[in-house]
Design a protein around this ligand. Structure first.
Ligand SMILES: Cc1cc2nc3c(=O)[nH]c(=O)nc-3n(C[C@H](O)[C@H](O)[C@H](O)COP(=O)(O)O)c2cc1C
Length: 370
């Protein structure tokens, strides 16, 4: 497999290569949540060498916002500025995908005057400092939330994107419905493993319905998930294999895992050394293209990732450092220094707080903008 050759994600949808820009929140929208000029510049620079760019988590309604200055598609008002972003990415030859997001109990409480607007599957707070006890969504509100995802999908189509990714990873709302930690419901949406998948199952069907109805060009649907939680109770790998087994028969065009390291094995069971990617493929059986992520930084790691069962490789931190990551890696050159001018200022400031993480990966992080 050559990562730098075109890859048909679907018969009618070919990427120019297998490289994906991982979704990354920029904390840099305008104050009214419209896409900023800085964000346009940041994405445009990074789209040239990538097959597909998945943009930052994009909130789908008023209760979905998890971060300061997070872009949104919560109403039609946001279609024009999101359309400018789609155009900027597509002009550079990459496919443009929106990551649709609801933060649920992980929403930053300081963004909400009324704490009743912080909602989740059940009234169980996230085991993190500063998080509040969320309000459990009623069944009616669950249906409305699914509809809000559906309307955000319609807006993504109208804004000219090539697809949407449902953000079911990193502890946010969709994962909260799947997790036995955050979902203690006893109705149709909780109580058993199958019922914990019900929200996700319904959501995919409804979003697919909108795509079938509204899209006039090929429009893809992806799903991102985190395979394990460390909490007890929490999502186990066996839970995730059951989820993947369900997802493989859904109208999805790709699955996207979220991992710190693409070849990692179970966090919960240290005796199990088999890479999670391989385990997933035993169930997925290559029915849907599979995106890997997590410290894929060299040509060797790309080849290794593809050999483990991934079809596409996503880059987060490396492409923050090097906007031309795709080309740099193809030429097998080292990535070196973070370039402040290529990052929106609020994102740069946030990343600067985690400077050591970049340095641990061998990147220099200049201090002049501090
Ligand atoms: C600044 C930053 C923001 C991120 N925001 C998101 C996000 O909005 N949605 C998401 O699914 N993952 C998000 N992630 C996780 C990345 O998509 C990716 O999985 C992670 O950085 C690991 O890949 P890497 O080792 O190539 O950086 C974010 C990561 C970073 C560093």
């Amino acid at each position: 497999m050559n990562a730098f050759k075109p890859y048909p994600l679907r018969d009618d949808f070919t990427l120019k290569n297998r490289l994906v820009m991982a979704p990354m929140t920029t904390y840099s929208s305008q104050d009214d949540f419209h896409v900023s000029e800085e964000e346009l510049h940041y994405y445009k620079l990074r789209s040239k060498t990538m097959g597909m760019v998945i943009i930052a988590a994009t909130s789908i309604n008023d209760q979905a916002q998890a971060f300061d200055k997070q872009i949104t598609l919560k109403s039609d008002d946001y279609i024009p500025s999101m359309a400018r972003l789609a155009k900027a990415i597509k002009e550079e030859g990459a496919k443009a995908i929106v990551q649709l997001h609801h933060g649920g109990r992980m929403n930053n409480p300081t963004l909400y005057e009324n704490k009743e607007d912080i909602v989740s599957a059940s009234a169980v707070p996230a085991p993190r400092e500063g998080m509040v006890t969320p309000r459990a969504l009623t069944e009616e509100e669950i249906h409305q939330t699914i509809e809000d995802f559906a309307q955000a999908t319609r807006r993504s189509i109208e804004a000219g994107y090539d697809g949407v990714e449902l953000h079911g990873a990193n502890t946010y709302l969709l994962q909260q419905f799947f997790s036995p930690h955050s979902n203690r419901r006893t109705d149709a949406f909780g109580g058993s493993l199958t019922k914990r998948m019900h929200f996700i199952d319904m959501l995919i069907d409804r979003v697919n319905e909108v795509i079938k109805h509204d899209a006039t060009e090929p429009f893809i649907l992806g799903y991102r998930f985190s395979p394990e939680e460390i909490e007890d109770p929490g999502i186990t790998l066996n839970d995730t294999l059951a989820l993947v087994d369900m997802l493989k028969d859904k109208p999805l065009d790709y699955l996207h895992i979220s991992l710190g390291k693409y070849d990692q094995s179970s966090m919960r069971d240290q005796t199990d050394q088999e890479p999670i990617a391989q385990k997933i493929q035993t169930v997925l059986k290559r029915k849907i293209p599979f995106i890997g992520v997590g410290k894929i930084e060299t040509r060797e790691s790309i080849d290794h990732a593809l050999s483990l069962g991934y079809d596409l490789v996503a880059s987060g931190m490396p492409i923050l450092v090097d906007p031309n990551w795709g080309e740099t890696i193809q030429l097998n050159q080292p990535i070196k220094t973070v370039m402040p001018d290529t990052l929106p200022k609020p994102l740069y400031d946030r990343l600067a707080k985690y400077r050591e993480r970049f340095q641990q990966s061998g990147y220099e992080f200049p201090v002049e903008n501090d």
